[in-house]
Write a protein that binds this ligand. Structure first.
Ligand SMILES: [Fe+2]
Length: 245
């Protein structure tokens, strides 16, 4: 399986806090059957307090290299690719212009895009359009956890019509974010609004890097083949920068 969303790199955000924890997360992921994981630290190290400290391309690439060496030393069979969890804002567009934001696996084809917690900004459609016109497909992360999207699923459909993809969090399907989120996640799956399932792992305990159980649950809703595509063939194209067609 391929996991395109994880906070496994230490000391860059609210994910892993040490190399030790990162390696434990990697071992858990490998055990679950994840072969490739995209490390996607939040663009803003602390977006609630300081939007100036950013995890730019250079910062993340250095950590990725360090992590690869550690995984090799520990003989953990997990391939790590670079990425970034980009919080939607105008500043992000400037940073993209300056080539300081990592797209998934640095292919300039797909980018994780997280909506602000309490809003769907009116400029969102324009940002999607701008990204698409640069050849970058935004992947909207965990809309099932966004209360406004839950109230207006049509908004999500609108972003899909603009060419965005949708990624849900694995544990949402399993009730990890509560019953309301689980119910809405199932609704999104039923409607065909989900392209990818990813772990959005932050640690080993409460938000671990695991996909298998979620896929099995999703399979009960969309069928086995489609559910497995969401963690294999679809993310494979995403990390290679190929169109989904
Ligand atoms: Fe995330």
């Amino acid at each position: 399986m391929i996991d395109i969303h994880s906070h496994i790199l230490p000391d860059l955000d609210d994910g892993a806090r040490s190399w030790e924890e990162a390696l434990k997360m990697a071992a858990l992921a490998a055990e679950d059957g994840i072969q490739i994981m995209v490390a996607t630290p939040h663009l803003f190290k602390d977006r609630f307090n300081n939007m100036e400290v950013i995890n730019d391309k250079a910062t993340i690439l250095v950590k990725i290299q360090e992590f690869k060496e550690k995984l090799f030393e520990e003989q953990i069979p997990l391939e790590i690719l670079p990425g970034c969890d980009v919080h939607l804002c105008l500043r992000a567009l400037d940073l993209l212009e300056e080539d300081r934001i990592l797209t998934i696996n640095d292919t300039q084809s797909y980018m994780l895009l997280e909506l602000p917690d309490m809003a769907i900004p009116p400029g969102m459609e324009n940002i999607c359009f701008q990204l698409k016109s640069r050849g970058i497909t935004p992947i909207i992360t965990h809309p099932e956890r966004h209360f406004l999207i839950r109230e207006m699923p049509k908004k999500l459909k609108r972003f899909m019509d603009l060419g965005c993809l949708v990624q849900i969090t694995a544990s949402s399907v399993l009730g990890g974010f509560g019953r309301t989120v689980a119910r809405f996640t199932r609704e999104l799956l039923k409607k065909g609004y989900v392209h990818v399932v990813a772990s959005d792992a932050h640690n080993t305990r409460t938000r671990p890097p695991a996909l298998r159980r979620a896929v099995e649950e999703a399979a009960r809703i969309v069928g086995k083949a489609r559910a497995w595509d969401m963690v294999t063939t679809v993310p494979d194209k995403i990390v290679k920068g190929e169109p989904l067609d």
